[in-house]
Design a protein around this ligand. Structure first.
Ligand code: GTP
Length: 598
């Protein structure tokens, strides 16, 4: 039987409500690390995460705590990412726990991700302990936040812990509450092995590492483990825990949380949500809830310098080692040459990958505007999945097009309800419900096309509500829509990478605004450049970039060669993020212009 002195828990919170800071305090309090060693937030350990201040990759840490009852407990804290793109990973981390700390900012109150995460925790039957954080702030309103917790979530908040992860208020109370309220793990350590993979990561020395919760049985070095989704078998080279420094242990058994290494070459073989069993004494059934991560947003990534193509492929492969949810395949664009079509869990995931390619792998990229996957029903009776607008079959062969729809939850102060409704109207949203979560705050639920969310929704939401709205969404299905493809011609040549799909009712407006925008972005040349947007053969808008009057070099009055070189050098730098398409140089901004035209 699993040890009665183990408690497995997560912290769930909206972005910036203090999850990482609280985790640090818990680690520090239980003596895992001294304050000096902590230095930075240890749970978020990727540079990018630190800069953006959000948790992308989950981590886990084992704390040892001597409780007031005199017993020593093993507390496993499992970190969860705090963003809508990573909901599936959050759900698997929560499935590895028996309890969760619900952290709510005492000033902000409940936000969209708080709700989304609470629902996930409830689905997993977790014991939820409410913590109202940041009570050190003068504007903290713990009573109001308690009301919100009771009103919206229906949890009894009378016992909510008032805490400050910054000053350390409430930390001991939280640990005591975890010990008392979170149930010890169930599960037999003599039963056939079942371990839930809730995260995986690539390590240059150990190979792909699985972060697991042992649900039944035990696992040790030498165990022949079998991945139940793929059937692949690997021999375990190491099992251990994070304190947060790595500690190798003899075995992990039912109830425990830790990592397993088995010289696995690819994280694809350690998929989040999969069950590990013992190949020699296998469990009959896998743990519930496994599904493959499906990319929702796609874009083209092209090296500015064609000679970087191979290096780009290597970099994508390396990134993929660490991130099984990133998908990519070679793609050729008439305009941009050889590149890759890449699929991501969402917009943030996309930005992170782009940034890592540029920063860690020193690549100079052109990125095309993101697209969702459309289901196209053709006359032949096929359903073609299109993730690149320029691949849309010819109009005459299309019966109908379906687009992905999400159910969006928006929390906002009551005075902005009008602004949200207006925005959602423009974005082709369907109103579902509206509820007051407190006297002054409202929860709105809408169905929205995912493509409209990709088209600058988030920025609009923030700017129209002064940053007060929060958003969460989940895919809820596909819907037939009257969509058309708009192509762009530059100097009479079609630039496939600028094509986009849009609702027919909006097509004229978007087509016109795009060419206006492009006119401001495409640099002048020695000749006039007509810019046209077309649907099929029909031109719907036209603008012209007028010809340049003077040669840049003419400023140099012939003589000074070093000056001339400097000027050319400067031009080269300016050109860096441009792609020469036929006779026209197109800057990166042009490919994103379509997202910024509302
Ligand atoms: P994600 O990793 O994106 O989910 O964010 P998070 O929830 O981990 O938030 P984080 O711990 O990074 O805290 C966000 C900000 O709030 C940081 O600037 C913290 O310093 C601050 N903060 C956290 N806890 C407290 C607190 O108790 N009081 C005050 N005043 N500030 C706090």
């Amino acid at each position: 039987q699993a040890s009665q002195r183990i408690r497995n828990f997560s912290i769930i919170a909206h972005i910036d409500h203090g999850k990482s800071t609280l985790a640090d305090r818990l680690i520090e309090y239980t003596g895992a690390l001294s304050k000096r060693e902590m230095e930075e937030q240890v749970l978020d350990n990727m540079d990018l995460e630190r800069e953006r201040g959000i948790t992308i990759k989950l981590q886990t840490v084992q704390l040892t705590y001597k409780a007031h009852d005199g017993e020593v407990y093993e507390l496993n804290l499992i970190d969860t990412p705090g963003h809508v793109d990573f909901t599936y990973e959050v759900s698997r981390s929560l499935a590895a726990c028996e309890g969760a700390l619900l952290v709510v900012d005492a000033v902000q109150g409940i936000e969209a991700q708080t709700l989304a995460n609470v629902y996930l925790a409830l689905e997993n039957n977790l014991e939820i302990i409410s913590v109202i954080n940041k009570i050190d702030l003068p504007s903290a309103e713990p009573e109001r936040v308690k009301e919100e917790i009771e009103e919206v979530i229906g949890l009894d908040a009378s016992e909510a812990i008032l805490a400050s992860a910054k000053t350390g208020i409430g930390i001991e109370e939280i640990l005591e509450r975890v010990v008392k309220m979170v149930p010890p793990p169930q599960g037999e350590d003599q039963a056939p092995l079942k371990a839930l993979i809730f995260d995986s990561k690539f390590d240059a020395y150990k190979g792909a590492i699985s972060y697991v919760r042992i649900v039944e049985g035990r696992i040790a070095k030498g165990t022949k483990m079998k991945m139940m989704a793929t059937g692949k078998v690997f021999e375990v080279t190491e099992v251990g825990v994070f304190l947060p420094a790595i500690r190798i242990v003899d075995e992990l058994k039912a109830g425990q949380v830790g990592f397993i290494a088995a010289s696995i070459k690819n994280v694809k073989d350690t998929q989040v949500g999969d069950t590990i069993t013992d190949a020699e004494n296998p469990a009959t059934e896998a743990l519930p809830g496994y599904r493959q991560a499906t990319p929702m947003v796609f874009c083209g990534l092209y090296p500015v310098d064609a000679s970087d193509y191979n290096r780009m492929r290597d970099s994508l492969e390396k990134l993929h080692l660490n991130d099984a949810s990133l998908v990519f395949e070679p793609e050729t664009s008439v305009a941009l040459g050889f590149g890759f079509r890449c699929g991501f869990l969402g917009l943030l995931h996309m930005e992170i990958v782009q940034e890592r390619l540029e920063r860690e792998y020193d690549l100079n990229l052109i990125t095309t505007a993101p697209s969702v996957i459309y289901n196209v029903n053709t006359l032949k009776g096929d359903v073609v999945k299109i993730d690149n607008p320029s691949n849309l079959p010819p109009l005459e062969s299309i019966v109908s097009i379906e687009e992905p729809i999400v159910k969006a939850t928006i929390l906002v102060p009551a005075e902005y309800v009008g602004a949200i409704m207006e925005l959602n109207q423009e974005k082709r949203g369907t109103y579902l419900t509206m509820d007051y979560v407190s006297k002054s705050r409202v929860k709105l639920i809408y169905e929205l096309p995912l493509s409209e969310i990709v088209f600058d929704y988030f920025d609009q939401l923030k700017s129209r509500t002064k940053g007060y709205a929060s958003l969460d969404y989940e895919l809820c299905g596909y819907q037939e829509t009257d969509l058309v493809k708009i192509d762009v011609l530059l100097n009479g040549e079609m630039v496939d990478a600028l094509s986009f799909i849009v609702h027919r009712a909006k097509s004229y407006n978007r087509g016109r605004k795009l060419v206006e925008k492009l006119r401001g972005i495409i640099p002048r040349q020695m000749f006039e450049i007509p810019i046209q947007s077309v649907i099929g053969n029909k031109v719907i808008a036209r603008e012209t970039v007028s010809a340049m009057r003077k040669d840049v070099l003419s400023k140099c009055y012939g003589g000074d060669i070093s000056r001339k070189r400097k000027l050319l050098e400067k031009q080269k730098v300016g050109k860096k993020r441009m792609k020469q398409v036929g006779s026209v140089a197109i800057p990166q901004d042009a490919f994103m212009a379509v997202l910024k035209i509302e």
